[in-house]
Design a protein around this ligand. Sequence first.
Ligand code: 5GP
Length: 108
Amino acid sequence: MERDIFQRIIDRDIPATIIYEDAQVIAFLDIDPETKGHFLVVPKKYSENLYDIKDEELANLILVARNLALEQVEKLNADGFKLQINNNESAGQSVFRTHVHIIPCYED
Ligand code: 5GP
């Protein structure tokens, strides 16, 4: 199976600005950010999206994403954030490997 783009980031075959990594997940800045500091949180174990991710992997993913979001929002002086997961092409998913978008929001 051909490795998807996020697996290639995990394997360090293509560069990304990595902001967090542990045994289960990796987080890095989105290459085409919606707002300043937009980043993605990706489980290292492959799943396509929320249709097939395992419950415990999803629970850990959301917890890590929330904690990173709070940390980054404070660091960036943002006023809030969106947490978004696109599932299937019709919902705007373009990379078919589960990932959470954290999109910092600013009042101005
Ligand atoms: P989706 O539309 O699948 O929910 O989101 C995929 C996201 O991955 C997009 O926001 C896109 O900008 C980001 N992305 C696609 N290719 C790369 C890449 O090579 N590096 C990084 N850092 N982000 C990428």
